[in-house]
Every structure is written in structure tokens, then in C-alpha cells.
Design a protein around this ligand. Structure first.
Ligand SMILES: C[S@@+](CC[C@H](N)C(=O)[O-])C[C@H]1O[C@@H](n2cnc3c(N)ncnc32)[C@H](O)[C@@H]1O
Ligand SMILES: [Zn+2]
Length: 286
């Protein structure tokens, strides 16, 4: 079971102590217990998922887009994560787990933890790679990962909890953050009236990470992909516009415009007095 790779790495979200895994349960020394689903993921929410969690249909649409349309983005992220040479990588808001799986393919000895608040996403991520452990957890309630056990954290178009990223990273650890740039999916956004990108996101990102992380690398990927009408429909269906846009009947040229930044964890401040990060209102629209 891929989850077994995370033995010794996971923490109880209620008390922070280490979790011990057996065939169908994870338990902490304080007696908190969580079910391991037969599909191989561990649900640490301790209650129902939020109403706005990605549905199975959204996750499947995202899976097809990553496989057939976002290949260059997946390669960009996987290369950035592999460049950290981490032994343990945590992907926060991992969705389908495809980015983490592609990184693990380039890191033959590494172990990955995919964390997402959506049960449908965790179910899919559990089968994304045989060295990937999939957990359901809410980034804002603290990552279910022991302090200092990871050498890399990545966060692709998902909510960022900077203090938690710093806490789970070991000294010298790296954070890989991927965000959309202004031109990302611009034509489809205009044609179908999709939610706009936040124009202040770079400022928010810098503010949220400041004091805990130092930027060490930044790459912008700008390209375009010819997409069929079904692929355009998937791009819409995988995100927050899933239920609100007009039906798609035409193929389109999709602009890809994203930035991948790598940060170094600043050692003197990590996990100290910065435990109330600026909470960014929502994930980026990837
Ligand atoms: C735009 S999707 C990106 C998914 C994946 N990183 C990718 O790019 O394919 C945002 C993801 O963040 C997850 N998410 C949203 N809020 C979250 C939270 N509070 N805690 C954990 N995951 C969250 C969603 O379920 C979704 O899978
Ligand atoms: Zn506990």
C-alpha cells in the first residue's frame, strides 16, 4: 500500500502526535483514530468534507486536462520539484496527484504525500503513483505532517498556508509554488465569462510567504495548445465555473501562462512567531 510509505511522516491533525498505520486504521498515542479507505487513502478530516470540495466529476475533468492539455505545465512543476532532490515531498492541494506523480518519476528514491480536502481527489491521488501516500486534510487546519520531515513542499494552484509549509520542511527545505499569470486561459475566460484571476495575487503571495521563505528561482511558461471542444469543456468543468458557464461547442486555442517559483525556507523564523499567516481567500484558478 502506497500509504505505508508515509509511516513515521504523518501527524494527527487533532493533537499533532505521530500516526501509526495498520491495514485499515491510523491511530495516534492519544487514541484519535482515522479510517484508511479501501481505495488506499487516509481521511484525516474527522467529519464531512466542506460543501465546496471538488466533486468526482471535477477531479476526472482535471485528470484529463493534466494528461492531455497541461503536459508542459506538469513537466515544469515536476522538474522544479525534482531539482530539490528531496527525500520527502508534500503536495498541498494536490488534486489528482498527477504533478506529484510526475515529480516522483524523476526522483527514484523519494516518497510523496498528497494532501487535499476533497475525498474524490484523494481517492484518485491514491492510485497516481506507488510511492505516493494520499490523505484528506484541510490545509487551513494544519498539515497532517510531522514537523521538519519534508525537504520539499509543492503547491500548484491551491491554497497556501505558509506557516505550515515552513513547519513541515526541514532546514534548507524548498517550497515550489505555481500560480497563473495574466494570460492564462485568457480567451476561454473571455468567451465563457469565467471568474477573473486576482490581479493582486503576486502581492498576496509575497506577503504570505515573506519572513518565512526566500525566492531562489522563478520560471514563467507561456505557450498555447489547440484543444478540442471536449477539452475546453473539461478546462471549465475542472474549476469553480463548473456549474455556471455556457455549454462548449467549439474547439479553441488555449493560452497557457503560468509561473513556477522555488523558495528556500528561512531557518531562523520558521515555526516561530509566524503562526497566523495571511489567509489567502481562495486557490488560484489553474
Ligand atoms: C485548482 S485545484 C488544483 C489541484 C492540483 N494542485 C492541480 O493543479 O491539478 C485546487 C485544489 O485545492 C484543493 N483545496 C481547496 N481548498 C483546500 C483546503 N482548504 N485544504 C486542502 N485542499 C484544498 C481542492 O480540493 C483542489 O483539489
Ligand atoms: Zn491525536
Amino acid at each position: 500500500m502506497a500509504l505505508a510509505h508515509a509511516a513515521g511522516l504523518l501527524a494527527c491533525p487533532r493533537c499533532g502526535e505521530g500516526l501509526t498505520l495498520d491495514a485499515d486504521t491510523a491511530t495516534c498515542p492519544s487514541g484519535h483514530a482515522y479510517d484508511i479507505a479501501r481505495q488506499g487513502y487516509l481521511n484525516l478530516l474527522g467529519g464531512p468534507q466542506p460543501a465546496n470540495a471538488d466533486t468526482a466529476a471535477m477531479v476526472e475533468a482535471r485528470g484529463r486536462v493534466l494528461a492531455d492539455v497541461y503536459g508542459d505545465v506538469v513537466a515544469l512543476v515536476a522538474n522544479a520539484v525534482a531539482a530539490t532532490a528531496a527525500a520527502v515531498v508534500v503536495d498541498v492541494g494536490a488534486g489528482t496527484g498527477q504533478y506529484l506523480a510526475a515529480a516522483l518519476d524523476r526522483m527514484p528514491d523519494a516518497v510523496g504525500i498528497a494532501s487535499d480536502v476533497s475525498v474524490a481527489a484523494a481517492r484518485r491521488a491514491a492510485r497516481a503513483h506507488d510511492r505516493l501516500a494520499s490523505v484528506v486534510a484541510d490545509t487551513w487546519r494544519g498539515l497532517p505532517v510531522r514537523s521538519g520531515v519534508a525537504q520539499a513542499v509543492c503547491c500548484v494552484f491551491a491554497p497556501r498556508n505558509a506557516a505550515e509549509f515552513a513547519r513541515v520542511l526541514s532546514p534548507g527545505g524548498r517550497l515550489v509554488v505555481v500560480t497563473p499569470e495574466a494570460g492564462h486561459l485568457a480567451s476561454v475566460r473571455a468567451s465563457y465569462g469565467l471568474i477573473d484571476l486576482d490581479p493582486d495575487k503576486d502581492e498576496r503571495l509575497a506577503q504570505a510567504l515573506g519572513g518565512l521563505f526566500e525566492l531562489v528561482d522563478s520560471h514563467r511558461l507561456t505557450t498555447a495548445v489547440d484543444a478540442t471542444a471536449d477539452q475546453v469543456a473539461d478546462v471549465i468543468a475542472m474549476g469553480p465555473n463548473a456549474f455556471h458557464s455556457a455549454p462548449v461547442t467549439e474547439s479553441a486555442r488555449l493560452e497557457i501562462d503560468v509561473r513556477c517559483r522555488t523558495y528556500l525556507r528561512l531557518e531562523d523564523r520558521a515555526g516561530s512567531d509566524h503562526d497566523l499567516p495571511d489567509r489567502e481567500p481562495s486557490e488560484d484558478r489553474g
